[in-house]
Design a protein around this ligand. Structure first.
Ligand SMILES: [Zn+2]
Length: 465
């Protein structure tokens, strides 16, 4: 198979601009041969128009007025949800009411030889899942015993709900593939990074299903909870009266409470089991449908997360992976991550030193002044290095389609994608040995000149369809 030239796109773009018009434009301008359609989303990264604080991209409806409410953007069928207390939940976004973003798109896409992948994003930090009846019953429980915003991946009803979601989609639609994503990390990394942009820096999960599973494995749940309460005290304190730095006391805590690592690994294993479960479910129902994973951008920032996301291990349940390699947004995002890590774990060490440590341990050059990062973004060299690493570690059986950023909104003063950036990202992914790429996050944010740049890079290599 040739190069997969993919793009992420939500229902609203098809409704705003017309299914045939959008598909023709994507094929002609960008050489697209695969659309990753947002079918399930509870945050604005995948559904809805451009965010309000950014300029209108020059196509689509008024981005100041649409409201994303979260849920499914396809026609759902009750019979697939009987094993769970959670039922089907169609997004109530008024602009796309009645539109089926698979049923109304697949025939036109296939006519044009464009593959259709369903993209389901498991993110629930926006709180929009609170409109689903009973959703609070499947949420994680944090170290303090409070209900968390994210569902527990060991909760049987939540697992059954996801099995229902994917069964409904593969049986109801002629899909070429499914891509599933969840932007969430284990408790240790979450505490150290204060939850990133999206959530709080709490630790989890102490629900009855996790406690039972941990106890069966011989993990001391009481000690694990104590450990995370101690860690929370450490990362939120101001060091007054302390002789040792926060990092030294963190190492001491690891020695006193090996449960910090044990509990974090236990959480991670629950996540991996969830992924493997869904992979096997889809393959049982539709062996030819390609199943892959959206790999959160955090994988490019956090050494703690990187250590856990093992592409080699994932190859047992992956036909493809889409590591997020947004070079322009990386500057702003890494800046935020490093500055948080410095405040919580490396107090007393300069942010520049922490950044140099992080980029070196992750294997990037990006040798710049820390405070210039948001405006500079990362280089295309980062995209190429990460693509090559993903290819090498995932092994020959797993296709790698890096997610490349096009006009992703970031903080004030951050780098905003230009055509040269797109050309450089596409080139770097292909030079790194990628099997294709996916323009991200969503078409409704992208300018047409940036889409043309992707097509130009493909054409210059004789790869444009
Ligand atoms: Zn749990």
């Amino acid at each position: 198979m040739g190069i997969l030239a993919g793009i992420q796109i939500g229902a609203i773009s098809f409704v705003d601009e017309g299914v045939d018009t959008v598909l023709d434009l994507l094929v002609e301008k960008a050489g697209i041969n695969a659309v990753f359609v947002g079918t399930q989303a509870f945050d604005r990264g995948l559904a809805g128009r451009q965010v309000t604080r950014k300029p209108h991209p020059g196509h689509g409806g008024d981005h100041q007025v649409d409201v994303h409410t979260g849920g499914s953007f396809v026609t759902q069928h009750e019979e697939f949800y009987t094993a769970s207390t959670l039922g089907p939940w169609r997004a109530k976004d008024a602009e796309v009411a009645g539109f089926d973003t698979l049923g109304d798109v697949i025939p036109s896409a296939h006519e044009r030889d464009v593959k259709v992948y369903s993209f389901l994003l498991e993110n629930t930090h926006s709180g929009l899942t609170n409109s689903i009846p009973g959703f609070s019953n499947v949420l994680q429980i944090d170290t303090w015993g409070r209900t968390d915003n994210y569902a527990c991946l060991r909760n049987p009803d939540y697992i059954a709900w996801w099995r229902g979601l994917v069964e409904d989609q593969v049986k109801s639609y002629d899909l070429d593939g499914l891509m599933i994503g969840g932007e969430r990390n284990g408790p240790l990394d979450n505490v150290l990074s204060d939850g990133g942009f999206a959530r709080n820096g709490g630790s989890y999960c102490f629900c009855r299903f996790c406690i039972q599973a941990a106890t069966e494995q011989g993990i001391d749940v009481r000690r694990a909870r104590e450990a995370y309460l101690e860690l929370d005290r450490l990362v939120t304190s101001d060091d007054s009266g302390e002789y040792d730095s926060a990092f030294i006391r963190f190492l001491r805590l690891l020695g006193q409470y090996p449960e910090l690592i044990e509990w974090d690994q236990f959480w991670r294993e629950g996540y991996e089991a969830f992924q493997a479960n869904l992979y096997g479910t889809i393959k049982f129902l539709a062996p030819e449908v390609q199943v892959g994973w959206h790999i959160w951008h955090h994988n490019s920032f956090s050494p703690f997360y990187r250590a856990q996301v093992d592409f080699g291990k994932m190859s047992a349940y992956s036909d493809f992976i889409k590591p997020v390699l947004y070079k322009d947004a990386a500057g702003y995002r890494v800046h935020h991550y490093v500055s948080t890590l410095q405040k919580r774990l490396f107090r007393g060490v300069s942010e520049q030193t922490v950044f140099d440590l992080v980029r070196s341990t992750l294997g990037y050059d990006e040798n710049v002044t820390f405070d210039d990062l948001p405006a500079l973004g990362f280089s295309a060299d980062y995209v190429q290095r990460e693509t090559a690493r993903a290819k090498a570690t995932a092994g020959p059986g797993v296709a790698v389609y890096p997610g490349l950023d096009v006009n992703i909104p970031a903080g004030e003063g951050s780098r905003y994608t230009q055509p040269d950036d797109v050309r450089a990202s596409v080139a770097a992914a292909l030079d790194g040995g990628a099997n294709g790429f996916v323009l991200s996050r969503k078409y409704s944010e992208m300018t047409h000149e940036n889409l043309e740049a992707a097509g130009e890079e493909l054409a210059s290599r004789g790869l444009k369809r």
